[in-house]
Design a protein around this ligand. Structure first.
Ligand code: ADP
Ligand code: MN
Ligand code: MN
Ligand code: MN
Ligand code: MN
Length: 333
């Protein structure tokens, strides 16, 4: 007998990468082999040297196909077995291993927007729905669109064994969020990429597209982010470490903004619960700050911080690598 392995990888589309996947039939008991693909069709290689290599790095049950079938997240290698230039996971894993003693963990809030017929799901065919106000965490067919897909996606993530910690309807109609974590890097990013793949895949069955566009509707409509909650063992122990991390993030603003997702300046305008992308701030309980210290963390004198800047379309390998570099680097000094 044999099982189906869905090999999933991050392609070379830029500025925002996309997911690709293909199915391999693997004999029962066999290891998941290296597998090649046509990099000239994914912006990862020229046509005359088109073969790129997929190496399995994270495997979980395939909750859609069931049985013994699996989802296999892969790193992309060149054909001399080095990390491909589009492979951001290798550097993330390296820095995480370097600071493993600090036990960094992340909870990422992935916001996204459903689209149908070129319009956000729930928008009327022409014009706009009622202004924002009642949609966030709403209930009822007048305000909530796509819950059948969201419920299904949540069940699939749990059946796959991902650390999904919750879902909610967001501020704009058709906009939703799920959270992955808290768990270490690069695993939190592996799981987030798998959860994104499951979202695209299950929405397909409903004739709906899910998008990570950070500003899907211009004007007075909320953008989509990927708030990244973060702590180390020291931050979970004392408030000084919380402040050290917040201050350190203020010293490398441009590096972080450059790695937090394409078109971030369209979303981080200073409106719609954001801080301006070029003016760093941190503050307790403030959803208008770049970095929020949750109120409970201030009360307890320990816990975690929320970097509110990453875009929905960020690469979580890059986001978590930057935060570890900056914060664990400062905490190690
Ligand atoms: P918000 O109020 O910003 O919407 P959410 O409930 O959506 O918050 O997300 C909070 C996230 O913080 C969750 O993903 C959770 O896993 C994460 N989290 C909680 N505690 C920690 C911690 N100590 N370190 C890192 N992340 C944490
Ligand atoms: Mn072919
Ligand atoms: Mn949230
Ligand atoms: Mn949110
Ligand atoms: Mn948040």
């Amino acid at each position: 007998m044999a099982f189906k392995a869905e090999y999933i990888w991050i392609d070379g589309t830029r500025p925002t990468a996309k997911l690709r996947s293909k199915t391999k039939i693997v004999a029962d008991g066999a290891e998941l082999p290296l597998w090649s693909f046509d990099g000239s069709s994914t912006n990862q290689a020229p046509g005359d040297k088109s073969d790129c290599v997929l190496k399995a790095v994270f495997t979980c049950p395939d909750p859609i196909r069931g049985r013994d079938d699996v989802l296999v997240l892969c790193e992309v290698l060149t054909n001399d077995m080095a990390p491909h230039p589009t492979n951001t996971r290798a550097a993330c894993a390296e820095i995480a291993a370097m600071y493993a003693g600090q036990e960094a963990i992340f909870g990422i809030e992935q916001e996204y927007t459903f689209f149908k017929d070129g319009r956000p799901y729930g928008f009327p065919p022409i014009g706009f729905p009622a202004p924002q106000g009642g949609y966030y965490c709403g209930v009822g067919a007048d305000e909530v669109h796509g819950r059948e897909i969201v419920e299904k996606h949540m069940d699939l993530c749990l059946a796959a064994g991902l650390h999904l910690s919750g879902i909610n309807a967001e501020v704009m109609p058709g906009q939703w969020e799920f959270q992955i974590g808290p768990v270490g890097a690069p695993r939190v990013a592996d799981e987030l990429w798998i959860a994104r793949w499951l979202l695209y895949r299950i929405a397909e069955d409903f004739g709906v597209a899910a998008t990570l566009d950070p500003k899907p509707v211009k004007g007075d409509w909320n953008g989509a982010g990927a708030h990244t909650n973060f702590s180390t063992n020291a931050m979970r122990d004392n408030y000084d470490a919380i402040i050290t991390a917040c201050e350190a993030l203020g010293k490398r603003v441009s590096e972080h903004i450059a790695g937090y997702g394409a078109e971030i300046e369209h979303r981080l305008t200073g409106m719609h619960e954001t801080a301006p992308w070029n003016a760093y701030s941190y503050s307790v309980s403030d959803r208008g700050a770049s970095v929020r210290i949750p109120w409970q963390v201030k009360v307890d004198g320990k816990g975690y911080i929320e970097d509110r800047r990453p875009n929905a379309n960020c690469d979580p390998y890059v986001t978590t690598r930057l935060i570890i570099e900056t914060c664990c680097g400062a905490l190690a000094d």
